[in-house]
Design a protein around this ligand. Structure first.
Ligand SMILES: Cc1cc2nc3c(=O)[nH]c(=O)nc-3n(C[C@H](O)[C@H](O)[C@H](O)COP(=O)(O)OP(=O)(O)OC[C@H]3O[C@@H](n4cnc5c(N)ncnc54)[C@H](O)[C@@H]3O)c2cc1C
Length: 372
């Protein structure tokens, strides 16, 4: 007897939702299992930056395609995620930062990102709100941000329209392969499907364990803060060469301050503890870049869990040794690039040749070869 679903996706973040959406639109009968609500972990609490200047060089071609997807979200997603396309600046305040910026901008430009190096005077024309002390800036016109909080709502509507069965508040607990299909045990019903996608964010390590595959995943616990509303004080996305700042003001006046400052968190037990010293460091840096932020008060701070593989490149492709099982996640700056990578995986699952190579995990399953 054939399985009731062509595809079961476990994990309803940006990766799982996008694979489910495009597989369903490609004609598959899809079920999506999410432990909580759609896009309420990393995909709903992230800083929303859609940037080339923080994206790893190997991912630039993917990020450019993904940026175009975000910019046209109204067309393919059909629902608003508050995307603003604007200029982005990566700042250097010291000679060491300027050297780093020149090197990284050069590499990203070689990979296709339209980044120019500009002096402080030109940077101030792009962003009049800049503070003093800027030596050099990377300027990219393909930048912007979305409102991550809207992601789950937008995807839920799109998935329902595409006919995907969504099982929220339902945790997958185990998977067996039986008679050519996958049987997924959950805290609710048992789900049977011909194909399986593991898209559980930082939790893919445990999920792959159900299939007998060991893929260590590092957990980053990123802190973020948001200000109260204030008058317009900036019009670009701001970062710094070291990567420890991301800053943008939303149309309604709040500014989200981030950059990967680490809190403490626990993947298995849940929850996180903010580290005030680091919050202060992050906010100081933000006020140094855009001094008018000193007028604002912080409204809230939080943290979320981001997944990283050993080589910091994505885990997107088939699961070795398990026919019809796939993994999709651990994409650095995954909110920016995730939709495109996940769409490529959906193409592969639908039996088509993806327009760009995937990132199979075979490379991560062998011991690191050390140079003699
Ligand atoms: C604080 C923070 C800021 C960030 N800022 C940016 C940024 O500005 N720009 C950018 O490009 N990227 C950013 N990122 C990275 C980006 O958010 C992530 O790469 C991306 O959202 C990961 O998506 P995902 O679908 O892989 O994981 P997630 O969004 O974590 O989704 C995984 C889902 O799996 C579900 N799940 C777990 N266990 C089970 C189970 N047993 N059964 C069913 N479901 C389960 C979870 O509930 C979760 O919803 C940030 C990340 C964080 C944490």
């Amino acid at each position: 007897m054939s399985a009731p679903y062509d595809l079961c996706v476990v994990g309803g973040g940006i990766h799982g939702c996008t694979v489910a959406l495009f597989a369903a639109r490609g004609g598959m009968k899809v079920v999506l299992i999410e432990r909580g609500s759609l896009c309420r972990e990393a995909s709903g609490v992230n800083a929303g930056t859609l940037t080339m200047q923080m994206t790893r060089v190997a991912l630039i071609p993917y990020a450019l395609q993904a940026h175009a997807m975000w910019a046209s979200a109204a067309t393919w997603l059909g629902h608003d995620v508050g995307v603003v396309v604007c200029d982005g600046l990566s700042l250097a305040f010291t000679q060491a930062e300027a050297d780093l910026l020149s090197y990284r901008a050069g590499k990203r430009r070689e990979a296709g990102a339209p980044i120019d190096l500009i002096d402080a005077k030109t940077a101030r024309l792009v962003e009049p709100g800049l503070g003093p002390g800027v030596m050099l800036a990377g300027h990219c016109k393909v930048d912007g941000f979305a409102n991550a909080y809207l992601t789950g709502l937008a995807y839920r509507r799109a998935l329902i329209e595409a006919g995907v069965t969504i099982l929220e508040q339902t945790a997958a607990t185990d998977v067996q392969r039986s008679q050519g299909c996958f049987e997924v045990d959950t805290t609710g019903v048992r789900v049977k499907a011909a194909r399986l996608v593991i898209a559980g964010g930082v939790w893919i390590e445990g999920m792959l364990g159900w299939l007998g595959v060991t893929l260590p995943i590092k957990v980053l616990v990123n802190q973020l803060a948001v200000t109260e509303r204030q008058r317009p004080v900036m019009r670009t996305v701001i970062g710094i060469a070291s990567g420890l700042l991301s800053l943008k003001q939303y149309p309604h006046g709040t500014t989200v301050i981030g950059g990967g400052w680490q809190a403490r968190g626990d993947r298995d037990r849940g929850g996180y503890e903010l580290l005030p010293d680091r919050l202060v460091g992050n906010v100081r840096l933000a006020c140094h870049a855009i001094p008018a932020l000193r007028e604002a008060r912080l409204a809230r701070a939080w943290a979320g869990l981001e997944a990283e593989t050993r080589d910091a490149l994505p885990a997107v492709g088939p699961v070795p040794g398990v026919p019809d099982a796939y993994v999709c996640g651990s994409v650095h700056s995954g909110y920016t690039s995730g939709p495109y990578l996940a769409r490529l995986l959906a193409e592969r699952i639908l039996g088509r040749e993806p327009a760009m190579p995937l990132f199979p995990i075979d490379r991560l399953l062998h011991p690191i070869e050390r140079a003699a």
